[in-house]
Design a protein around this ligand. Structure first.
Ligand code: CAA
Ligand code: FAD
Length: 379
């Protein structure tokens, strides 16, 4: 078993760290405060190859492995989890799904622009009444011969207003249940497609989350991905990989919390010594570091499973379940270590605590990860 990263993986990690420290750190508090979408930052991330990391160079991507993607996600999430969720949706849900299952025409038309960051994409599965219970799709894609007629509402869509391209899951044959669902590529300017107001969120406030409304939207048949009825399996396969990205996001939030805590504990004095000299603080740091290393190993294991074409739905779900708990626990401890200063925005850790929570909810709640893991165990 080799725990060493390759030179290429180390270079990607260093590039992501430099970018996050030099380009994301300075404005992150302001973007969070004003729910400001990081448009310039995402453009630069595209130029640096972070928006289509695993896409083949043939389609404008960086052609890197999933391990490199996890390393970059961790570094970017340490500083700005809003940027990393935008990156994660584009990379693991939209680009990966299109490259794996799209037609050559779809790849030429959409993937090349998405992978280079020229445009960004959104993945639209959740509905007002279909979140965890994702097969209960109310949005319909009625087969009209050479096009589908799309009607319904999607909820909580990341990149909701900033995207140009939307992968929309919808029911075509309700009697076939999950086997009657399709996935369609919808262009933003298609008549009948409207975007609801931006959600005012607890965390990841720089990312834009919207509901989307489809009212008699005509989608050409050639915009369907995969065969008729493949939409739910598409969503599940895409999410199996997406969960590795969100696990890495959670890992980054946790390691960001530890780095800030280590620095602060060696500066802040109480009772005549740095607080890092008090054993209670040392033990918190030791617990955080141990849990973060365990989370990192789970993330890298899941990424390595995917790179080796092994089954990664269980290892990805385990990585997300564990890392998201570590993110939450570490961020709460980081606030505690910072005392009153941890409660104000200037010291960053309160934002990490708010951002950590979503990692236990999206791309399948922690309870859903346990369902995925236990089903695999009991197969
Ligand atoms: N790969 C391929 N096919 C799969 C699969 C997988 N990993 N998992 C399930 N399927 C197939 C099943 O084999 C079955 O197909 P057949 O009928 O042909 O056998 C079909 O899908 C239905 O599967 P289930 O019977 O297991 O379905 P279920 O109703 O029990 O639900 C679930 C399973 C795992 C709970 C699923 O509904 C789920 O993952 N829910 C959570 C939804 C979710 O993660 N949403 C995230 C939205 S995106 C997002 O959140 C992005 C963001 O924030 C940034
Ligand atoms: P529910 O499914 O109603 O769950 C409520 C509670 O019940 C949860 O604790 C859940 O774990 C629990 N529960 C439900 N079923 C079970 C069960 N069988 N056993 C045990 N417990 C259960 N979706 C997209 O499609 N695309 C996106 O880009 C996207 N981005 C998002 C961004 C944000 C900021 C947010 C908040 C959500 C986003 N989502 C997105 C939606 C997200 O994936 C869902 O919120 C999530 O899957 C949970 O669905 P729900 O909110 O309907 O909760």
């Amino acid at each position: 078993m080799d725990f060493q990263l390759t030179e290429e993986q180390l270079a990607v990690q260093a590039a992501a760290r430099d970018f996050a420290q030099n380009e994301l750190w300075a404005g992150v508090i302001e973007r969070d405060e004003h729910q400001k979408f990081p448009a310039e930052q995402i453009k630069k991330m595209g130029e640096l190859g972070f928006m289509g990391m695993m896409v083949s160079p043939e389609y404008g991507g960086s052609g890197l492995d999933t391990v490199s993607y996890v390393l970059a996600m961790e570094e970017i999430s340490k500083v700005d989890a809003s940027c990393s969720v935008i990156m994660s949706v584009n990379n693991s849900l939209v680009c990966w799904g299109l490259e794996k299952f799209g037609t050559e025409e779809q790849k030429q038309k959409y993937l090349t622009k998405l992978a280079s960051g020229e445009i960004i994409g959104a993945f639209c599965l959740s509905e007002p009444e279909a979140g965890s219970d994702a097969t209960m799709q109310r949005t319909t894609a009625e087969d009209k011969g050479d096009y589908y007629l799309l009607n319904g509402t999607k909820n909580w869509i990341t990149n909701g207003s900033s995207a140009s391209v939307y992968l929309v899951i919808a029911q075509t044959n309700p009697e076939l249940k999950s086997r009657g669902i399709n996935v369609l590529i919808v262009d933003k300017d298609t008549p009948g497609f409207t975007i609801g107001p931006k959600e005012n969120k607890l965390g990841i406030r720089g990312s834009d989350t919207h509901s989307l409304m489809f009212n008699d939207v005509k989608v050409p048949k050639e915009n369907r991905i995969g065969p008729d009825g493949f939409g739910f399996k598409f969503a599940m396969q895409v999410l199996a990989g997406g969960r590795i990205g969100i696990a890495a996001q959670a890992l980054g939030i946790a390691s960001g919390a530890l780095e800030l805590s280590l620095k602060y504990a060696q500066q802040r004095k109480a009772f005549g010594v740095e607080i890092a000299k008090h054993q209670a603080i040392q033990f918190k740091l030791a617990d955080m570091a141990t849990e973060i290393d365990a989370a990192r190993l789970l993330c890298l294991k899941a990424a390595s499973d995917k790179d080796q074409q092994l089954d990664y739905s269980k290892s990805g779900a385990m990585a997300k379940l564990f890392s998201s708990k570590v993110a939450m626990d570490s961020a709460v401890e980081a606030v505690q270590i910072h005392g009153g200063y941890g409660f104000v925005k200037e010291y960053h850790v309160e934002r990490l605590m708010r951002d950590a929570k979503i990692t236990q909810i999206y791309e399948g709640t922690s309870e859903i990860q346990k369902i995925v893991i236990s089903r695999e165990l009991l197969k």
